[in-house]
Design a protein around this ligand. Structure first.
Ligand code: G6Q
Length: 551
């Protein structure tokens, strides 16, 4: 089954053109006025589903903006693409693959087809194997080669095989088994491995080699280093079987590496790397929080999947979020989005979202291969509040750039400590309020500020933000939140008419590195055929390897 994609160029759609005209009328509207004119705006411009409350009233939109954005969604291929994704069609057209991360969290009994086969039973089977293994590690039943129980779990992987596991571990640390230590090694920089292992006992350490392809340079290099590190102490190659498990789609390469495929947890080519944290790539997460919490997280994902699939667009959280983001990006020209979780456990969430959003929607051609004549994915960045307030928020408040913000807050803390949570939550609300409404020069002067200082103390306001509220950071809530972003990325990619599921942009650098590696290893000698800059840098590196260097 193959989806026929026929898309009129985005900027020729009636809704797009109407949005352009509309933008010229509303661009100067101030949030102060929008709120003053509509006492109910702060209640009205909100949506709530599956336990996430989304306040989008502090965006520079009117009812007409929303109406036109929703019309744009209807005129685009969004509906058809949502349905095609859930039907297992090969919507990742450049890689000719289905995109079925939604199947990873489908409950037993639901069927999702890929290539004419229901994939849900295989997903459930791997989850059951993961649960069995996780329980054995957590209980101490799974022993290392010398009979000691496993105390340390190190996930070796990069990109999609790292960012999700690290983020989920940090996010759900509250629920983790505290007598186990978790570390994550991704970088080919030896420091990453050295620092992650320097205080660990190999006899008590389990490595999870997470790699969809099992050919990734960084992961394979770290995996070999891990094996050497282990065998230096444990000597016997048989130890590898007790201290290494893998998560991969590539059984052949796993076997070549010397790991028994009995210790391999499988996933499939229809799971994109950056959409894989709830596949077997989440094995470290499951060991940390246990199978029940992991299942609760999947359930959270699934609730948002169902909401995205079935809710009408005007009440559909990921669709609304995607559309408003598109309005900021394509009409107001906002280049970036700041993600500001007011929850310390979400400290790695912005980094995780950077891959999800930018690898997915950082594309310059449409599905048909033609150059886009509009902006695609914005730059995502951020830090947890309140820390960011004492650093980069200044630029968001008073700089010259328009930076829409996503505030993410939880009504109840996981670690209630005195007044902390009230202070945290108050700060989040205050920032969104200050960004939207600012402080006029009249207000500043009325406070007695000298005229010369008033411009510096004036806040223009009219800085847009979304506020997302959830009850408490549970595994289920995390699943919902991630799926919300996944599907808003999907929404935007569908409207922009791009392939949100490939990542050809990472290829060229990889190929060039493969060429440069032997040149660096050969030292300063040899014929170099790069550009003048690269040649000079290679030679300089080569000279540093000469015995006389630095003497
Ligand atoms: C994600 C990308 C990429 C990938 C890494 C690791 O969508 O495909 O980040 O996850 O390159 O790949 P392997 O899992 O194959 O090692």
């Amino acid at each position: 089954m193959r989806m026929e994609i026929s898309i009129a160029p985005l900027t020729t759609l009636p809704a797009w053109q109407a949005l352009e005209t509309h933008y010229s009328k509303v661009r100067e509207l101030h949030l102060r006025k929008l709120f003053a004119d509509d006492a109910k705006r702060g209640e009205r411009m909100t949506a709530e589903a599956v336990g996430i409350y989304f306040d989008y009233s502090k965006h520079r939109i009117t009812d007409e903006t929303l109406r036109l954005l929703l019309q744009l969604a209807e005129e685009s291929t969004l509906r058809a693409r949502i349905d095609a994704m859930f039907r297992g069609e090969k919507i990742n057209v450049t890689e000719k693959r289905a995109v079925l991360h939604v199947a990873l969290r489908a409950p037993q009994g639901q069927s999702i087809m890929a290539e004419g086969k229901d994939v849900v039973p295989q997903v459930r089977a791997v989850l059951a194997r993961m649960a069995g293994f996780s329980n054995r590690v957590r209980s101490g039943e799974w022993k290392g080669h010398t009979g000691k129980r496993i105390r340390n779990v190190i996930n070796i992987g990069i990109g999609g095989s790292d960012l999700g596991p690290v983020m989920a571990y940090e996010a759900l640390r509250f629920y983790s088994q505290r007598d186990l230590t978790f570390r994550f090694v991704s970088n080919v920089d030896g420091t990453d491995f050295a620092e992650a292992t320097r205080d660990l006992d190999p006899e008590e350490t389990l490595f999870i080699i997470s790699s969809k392809t099992f050919t990734t340079l960084e992961t394979m290099t770290n995996a070999h280093t891990a094996r050497d590190w282990l065998l230096q102490t444990l000597k016997h190659p048989a130890a590898v079987a007790r201290h290494f498990v893998t998560v991969s789609t590539n059984a052949m390469e796993v076997t070549k590496f010397g790991i028994d495929t009995a210790n391999m947890f499988e996933f499939w080519d229809w799971v994109g790397g950056r959409y894989s944290m709830d596949s077997a790539i989440g094995l470290s997460t499951m060991i940390a929080i246990g199978p029940d919490h992991f299942r609760a997280m999947l359930n959270g994902f699934h609730q948002m999947d169902e909401h995205f699939r079935t809710a009408p667009f005007e009440r559909n959280l990921p669709v609304l979020m995607g559309l408003i983001g598109l309005w900021n990006n394509n009409f107001f020209g906002a280049q970036t989005v700041a993600v500001l979780p007011y929850e310390q456990y979400l400290k790695r969430f912005p980094a995780y979202l950077q891959q999800l959003t930018m690898e997915s929607n950082g594309k310059h051609v449409t599905l048909a291969g033609t150059e886009v004549d509009y902006q695609t994915g914005p730059i995502y960045w951020g830090e947890p509040g309140t820390n960011g307030q004492h650093s980069f928020y200044q630029l968001i408040h008073q700089g010259t750039k328009l930076i829409p913000c996503d505030f993410i807050g939880f009504l109840r803390p996981l670690n209630p400590l005195g007044r902390h949570h009230d202070l945290l939550f108050a700060n989040m609300l205050a920032q969104a309020e200050a960004l939207a409404f600012g402080k006029t020069s009249q207000e500043v002067q009325a406070e007695g500020t000298p005229t010369w200082l008033a411009p510096h103390r004036t806040f223009e306001g009219n800085r847009p933000s979304s506020t997302f509220l959830l009850e408490r950071l549970t595994p289920e809530a995390l699943g919902k939140l991630i799926a919300l972003y996944e599907h808003s990325v999907f929404t935007q990619g569908a409207i922009w008419g791009i392939d949100s599921f490939d990542q050809w942009g990472v290829e060229l650098g990889k190929a060039l590195a493969a060429r440069i590696i032997p040149e660096l290893e050969a030292g300063a000698e040899g014929q170099l055929t790069h550009d003048g800059s690269t040649n000079t840098l290679i030679k300089r590196y080569g000279r540093a390897k000469e015995p006389s260097h630095g003497r």
